[in-house]
Design a protein around this ligand. Sequence first.
Ligand code: SF4
Ligand code: SF4
Length: 250
Amino acid sequence: MIEKDPERKEAVLKIAGYNLEWYIYNSSWMVRLVNKLPWPLKSLGKHLANKTAYKLHAGQVVPIEDAIQIAELAHNHVVIPCYCRRLSGDFEKLTCLNFGMVKYLWPKYRPDDRIEEVDKDTAIEMLKEWDEEGYVHAVFWAKLPYVIAICNCERRYCTAMKNRLVYGVENAYKKSHYIAVVDPEICDGCDGSPRCTLRCQFGALQYNPSKKIVEVDPYKCFGCGLCRSACEKGAIKLVDREQFPIRVGW
Ligand code: SF4
Ligand code: SF4
């Protein structure tokens, strides 16, 4: 796929090679700049940012079971540092699970940077550990439909998440195929100290003190599934996003 498409090859080389900082840093300041433009330039800028993100490089949230399926299908699993974390001063964690060509490109273009090869089972165990830690998984492409990585990140670091949530570039970080639903018959609100709300990085869960249960805002829910794994009573499940009215969107 890479050899047949020069545009894809360029995107992969930039992202996994010589221009990663440029890609992350500049995409975020360009998006900030666009937001300061007067309408209709702002609207045009966002349209172009959305188009570029969708086509060239962006991600979609996946719950743990989908992340595992992707890791099972992929080959050449490697973990590298998360550059969004790095730009925020966290240099240590290798939380970016990459596939395919990255294994060859990274040592060539970034010989001073860390990279660890992992087998499939180890990659899946890592995904489960990151899930426990409360990191949101998102599958990233480097020109659709080429899957380059599963990002495992948090709102305080993730550039793509910020580009969507703060600057409104929807295609930078698409919602998953699911929405969380709380069963009011099972949820007891954890006696007023809900465990699930603390896991949601999108502000989609709220405790309702009069009903003594937690409720999901389907418009805000990204379907990451982190609240579900926090609920020991099994009160939360993920349902297909398409079962909801179209306006909850992606
Ligand atoms: S963790 Fe489960 S039981 Fe507790 S508030 Fe959340 S959904 Fe309800
Ligand atoms: S409500 Fe649950 S599934 Fe939805 S975004 Fe929050 S943590 Fe993720």
